[in-house]
Write a new protein. Structure first.
Length: 69
């Protein structure tokens, strides 16, 4: 999820979605959080990009792949 959850008494983007819990997606856009919809989505995790990795290690250089810790 891009940001923490925050409760709003009305839709912060005025799209008529009503009160509820929203999260900030960036550029002033909020999406409504729905637990039932989220539990159906299977997490795929992060993949490590091969470019920039030292030979024989999974610890990426700065900005490449994923953060291991």
């Amino acid at each position: 999820m891009p940001a923490g959850l925050k409760f709003f008494s009305r839709d912060p983007n005025d799209k008529g979605r009503g009160k509820g819990v929203y999260y900030h997606r960036g550029n002033g856009i909020y999406s409504k959080y729905d637990h039932k919809r989220d539990e159906k989505i299977k997490a795929k995790g992060w993949k490590v990009h091969k470019i920039g990795l030292p030979k024989g290690t999974r610890i990426p250089h700065a900005g490449d792949g994923r953060l291991p810790r």
